[in-house]
Design a protein around this ligand. Sequence first.
Ligand SMILES: CC(C)(COP(=O)(O)OP(=O)(O)OC[C@H]1O[C@@H](n2cnc3c(N)ncnc32)[C@H](O)[C@@H]1OP(=O)(O)O)[C@@H](O)C(=O)NCCC(=O)NCCS
Length: 190
Amino acid sequence: MVELDGRQDAQGPGAKVMDAPITIRQLEVDDAEAYAKLRREMLLDSPLAFASSPSDDLFASLETTREQLRRAPESVIFGAFDPDLAGAVGLYRDRHVKSSHKAHLWGMFVAPDHRRRGMAADLLNVTLQYARDLTDVTWVQLSVSSAAPAARKLYERSGFRLWGTEPEALRHDGQAVVEYHMALRLSDSA
Ligand SMILES: CC(C)(COP(=O)(O)OP(=O)(O)OC[C@H]1O[C@@H](n2cnc3c(N)ncnc32)[C@H](O)[C@@H]1OP(=O)(O)O)[C@@H](O)C(=O)NCCC(=O)NCCS
């Protein structure tokens, strides 16, 4: 478990809040209910940032959520607690032997009331450290849609670089968005 304090207040970059620290930790099967709730919130809050919809999501039921949470260590979800679950991100290692040096980051979300306090940056740092600790994983890949410019900045700030752009990657309610495919070579980051 990682505890992070001295985080920035939403009021401005210089201000600090002195209340309880955000806790970042790997989710366990007992967190299934909280994660399924947050997952539903993310798909409704930002439909064009995620490929899944509530109707086709792997985490739509508690049973499938528990199944996914049992897949560690090859597939993990980290949660940010403040004090309840308010943010999350997932990582899985490619299952094919020839591409098992790659891990994929997915499902980054911070609930609107908790944004701009460094929660996503903390989640990303903890997840990248987890990837570094996996034997022979050298790359982390992700896709971010044009509807999520804040997320793209977050990834660029951590060293992810664009390697491909997919036109009309997602369609929703008469809108189409581009997806940017990005990658980070772990040896290029701290
Ligand atoms: C993207 C998201 C996860 C950021 O969460 P957050 O906790 O507010 O982000 P942080 O406070 O940790 O910010 C880290 C960096 O992200 C970028 N960032 C975050 N919010 C931003 C915004 N509104 N505008 C511009 N850049 C932003 C900045 O580079 C920031 O670093 P800085 O504070 O040094 O400028 C959050 O806005 C979110 O959940 N969005 C909706 C879902 C989504 O787009 N998910 C991504 C799917 S790939």
